[in-house]
Write a protein that binds this ligand. Structure first.
Ligand SMILES: N[C@@H](CCC(=O)N[C@@H](CS)C(=O)NCC(=O)O)C(=O)O
Length: 204
């Protein structure tokens, strides 16, 4: 059975969300966001940096949320929630799928580091403000793209599981301004999905 190594309020939620959307069976190893959990020799054997998510499938053990999602779609769901290569939306599916970790998550990571992970005396206001500006710039094309659409390529797809999860988290961190009305509505739409609710409440 598929096994997800999971910490609440992290990218591991993407994997559980996908598994719930697809109705696949899975087990979850819920770990605390602590050194003892993530940086233990046991977890470092799964992920050298001691991060989540990690997916196990029999003898296979892989990390990187985007790779895990693609792996599940290809090996366990025959490409479900993903347009076929000849579909007009396929290039845009790929674009938004990769825009998430490529453009949106780097400033998000920095915001998390500067507001939560670093002790207060090591936080840097300038770095935090730069990251917030960069996140706003990175989200602007997403907001524009969502005008007149329910999801990134129209129909719900795995690109929404990647980037929609990031938009939800960015909004939770107070980093989506009211002017980004299409993202605001998108986040509400996502939050109504039963599979998302299951993933976001797990371990919380
Ligand atoms: N690009 C990786 C990022 C993995 C990652 O940084 N995960 C965070 C949680 S969202 C983590 O495990 N952080 C623990 C740490 O920094 O020690 C992915 O998409 O899976």
């Amino acid at each position: 059975m598929l096994k997800v190594h999971f910490v609440a309020n992290t990218r591991a939620g993407r994997v559980v969300w996908l598994l719930e959307e697809l109705g696949l069976e899975y087990e979850v190893n819920i770990m605390p966001f602590t050194k003892e959990g993530l940086k233990s020799p046991e977890h470092r054997a799964r992920h050298a940096l001691g991060r989540v998510p990690v997916l196990e499938d029999g003898e296979i053990s892989i990390f990187e949320s985007g790779a895990i999602i693609d792996y599940i779609l290809e090996r366990h769901k025959n490409g479900g929630l993903k347009p076929s290569a000849d579909d007009v939306n396929f290039p845009y599916y790929l674009q938004w799928y990769h825009y998430c970790e490529g453009m949106v998550m780097p400033p998000m990571n920095q915001i998390v580091v500067q507001t939560l992970l670093l002790p207060p005396d090591r936080r840097d206001e300038t770095v935090l403000n730069q990251a917030k500006n960069l996140l706003t710039k990175s989200l602007a094309p997403v907001n524009e793209n969502l005008s007149g659409k329910d999801y990134l390529i129209g129909d719900f797809s795995a690109a929404d599981i990647m980037l929609g999860h990031s938009c939800f988290m960015a909004n939770r961190f107070g980093c989506v301004s009211d002017e980004m009305e299409h993202i605001k509505q998108y986040v509400e739409r996502i939050a109504e999905r039963a599979a998302f609710q299951k993933a976001i409440s797990l371990g919380a």
